[in-house]
Design a protein around this ligand. Structure first.
Ligand code: C2G
Length: 447
């Protein structure tokens, strides 16, 4: 019996796939089809596959061509599979020509002609075509533009800014002044907003009023009532209003939250997060200051994320201690916030003019989780115990600082009409409440 094996993602199974499977089957007597696991696809750069693994497997099963279906989960698995299943022929489309020649050592390798004129990428792009307008004054806008290139179905429709100096040279050339924001909104299906948090309310409101979806850098507003108002407006207009908070989309970060929640370190008693940077202040000129984000705006949401995701948002009390820039009552160079929960405590330290170790420590009754600086770009963390022999290390690839996954998730949410699952509404509200209290000087001591 001649055993043949072939692999693929098989997203939205089409006649190109079917042609390949039929010819693969004809090469032998028994066909094994390897379907890629979601995490393996992400690791190899395919991030917006539409269908789940189960749906893709079902579609292959329904063709009746596969004698056996397996899941491909890791780099190098093909060699394992060929040995384990006693495979005689490995086959794949000619778009991979040469790539799998190394398998000749284990079996025959056959590249079958790829079917012209059809691909899953085309099928996806035809439907999901989201014109995304960029708004604000931040170097992050050029990262968003770059990362959107990895996400099928996003086109950048334009960019509006109040200060071109904060943009990359290519973005400067095409940027429109903020006075033309309504024009950009009308040319877009959705807006990515990273203007100064004081401007968010106005910019988000104008986008929602025109019925556009919004992905807004967290905090969405600096005032709780304004957030409520915007959420109601989004609901009325059937639009999505999502927090842009890239750390929430890092696989390592979400895995560490799940690990902590599942009791790996016992009961969580303390969450301590520090985020600081100096670059923005150092690089900017006098006139840029009004566009710069203060410490609480730039770092508060990120630092608060693990606290609210792990301990919830029902804290008993908090104390905000802040150090302000001379003559700039809105600009905190450094802020520390301490929270008391019924059975835990938490703290954040954020600075745009003070430097510290940007680490995250989650302390529990059995052990602790340690994320080294810069923890907000999490790709690695350790679970540590009294006995170091029990320590565990975890690594997950993070591409594009998490922005890529955030954009992919946003497009998907817009398409499906489902809300953002990465930053729960209660977390988003609690972040704005804290920022709002900072500006209102509630629970606040100035040092
Ligand atoms: N295919 C084809 N013609 C098309 C599209 C795809 O012959 N128009 C073939 C591909 O060459 C591949 C199979 O159909 O052999 C599955 O394609 P994809 O779902 O795009 O999977 P791919 O990313 O090519 O995965 O490690 C190798 C991968 O597992 C192959």
């Amino acid at each position: 019996m001649i055993k043949v094996i072939t692999y693929g993602t098989y997203d939205r199974l089409h006649y190109g796939h079917l042609n390949l499977l039929q010819r693969a089957k004809a090469l032998g007597d028994y066909l094994i089809v390897g379907v890629t696991a979601d995490s393996f696809d992400v690791a190899r750069g395919k991030i917006n596959v539409d269908q789940s693994l189960m749906e893709r497997i079902e579609a292959i099963r329904a063709t009746g061509l596969a004698d056996e279906i397996i899941v491909e989960e890791y780099e190098g698995q093909k060699i394992d599979d060929i040995r384990r299943y006693g495979v005689d022929i490995f086959t794949v489309g000619s778009d991979w020509k040469g790539h799998f020649d190394y398998l000749n050592e284990y079996c025959r390798v056959v590249y079958l002609d790829r079917t012209q004129g059809i691909s899953s990428t085309d099928l996806r792009a035809r439907e999901h075509h989201l014109r995304l307008g960029l708004v604000g004054e931040s170097p992050i806008l050029s990262k968003v533009e770059r990362e959107s290139g990895y996400v099928n179905g996003i086109d950048i429709s334009g960019i509006c800014t109040s200060n071109k100096r904060m943009l990359s040279a290519t973005q400067q050339a095409k940027a429109m002044p903020m006075s033309r924001l309504d024009e950009l909104i009308s040319q877009s299906d959705a807006l990515f907003i990273i203007s100064n948090p004081r401007q968010h309310y106005d910019h988000v409101r104008r986008a929602l009023e025109q019925g556009r979806h919004v992905l807004c850098e967290s905090p969405i507003t600096i005032d709780s009532q304004q957030l409520d108002e915007l959420k109601r407006l989004a609901q009325k207009k059937h639009c999505l209003l999502a927090d842009s908070l890239k750390t929430a989309y890092s696989l390592a970060f979400s895995r560490l939250i799940l690990l902590a929640k599942s009791g790996t370190i016992g009961q969580v008693v303390s969450v301590d997060a520090t985020c600081t940077s100096m670059t923005n202040l150092e690089m900017s000129e006098e006139g840029d200051l009004e566009y710069l984000w203060n410490s609480i705006g730039a770092w508060g949401p990120t630092a608060l994320l693990p606290i609210f995701q792990l301990l919830g948002t029902d804290y008993n009390s908090k104390l905000i201690t802040t150090h302000l820039m001379a003559n700039r009552p809105d600009f905190d160079l450094f802020t520390k916030i301490s929270f008391v929960y019924p059975h835990a405590v938490a703290s954040i330290k954020v600075g745009q003019g003070v430097k510290s170790e940007g680490e995250l420590v989650i302390s529990g009754t059995k052990g602790y989780i340690y994320v080294p600086a810069p923890w907000w770009k999490t790709d690695y963390f350790e679970v540590r115990y009294e006995d170091p022999a029990n320590n565990r290390r975890y690594f997950y690839q993070l591409d594009g600082e998490g922005l890529r996954y955030m954009l992919a998730s946003f497009v998907r949410n817009v398409q499906t009409g489902k809300p953002n699952a990465y930053v729960e509404p209660s977390v988003s509200d609690a972040i704005v409440d804290v920022v709002s209290d900072f500006y209102q000087r509630r629970d606040t001591v100035i040092i």
